[in-house]
Ligand binder design. Sequence first.
Ligand SMILES: [Zn+2]
Length: 200
Amino acid sequence: MRVSDDRYTRDRQKFDLALRLIRHEARTFTIRQWTGLSDDRIRKLYRSYILSGDAHEVTRHRGKSPRQAAFFFRNPELNFHAAQLASLFVMYGLVGPGERGVEPRYRVGSLESGALLCRAYEAYLEMHKPVNISFEHAWFLLLALARHDEVGLARCANCGGVRVRDLLAKRKLTCGNCEGAIESAARAAPCESAARAAPC
Ligand SMILES: [Zn+2]
């Protein structure tokens, strides 16, 4: 009896996580990765979700997931959003300090890690409407931070805040937020702001 109860609870948790991921417009592949549900089961869940009438703005994404770290460095605003998400990943324990900087603390396929990823993304949604970073890009950011080959975390030399660093690009010391402020100051008063931005 207890075994079947446990199984029921586990299945329920899988479905709840899958629905949460569908709401965040995650791809079928991503939902399968995190829940272990079959594509067919996910399709059925997706259909029932649409029919329930809660899905007026949900789009189903097919094809490949994002795989370009350059996306997070496209402009200062996106870089700032990426830094906020990265901070949330640290807060929710998905990554933590390690010998090489941040190291993964999540496990793909764990319902607990999947739920934490959703919670981190939902906290990001609370802060921004509309958001600049989709769930799939957020998941990719977490993977890239854990891989430690293209994206890293560092401290902004100007404001001390968390910034997402492009490990392949030339060394930058400021976060997206400060970079944007310095750029607009440079447009307004080129000489004065160049002197102020010199430490960067
Ligand atoms: Zn800064």
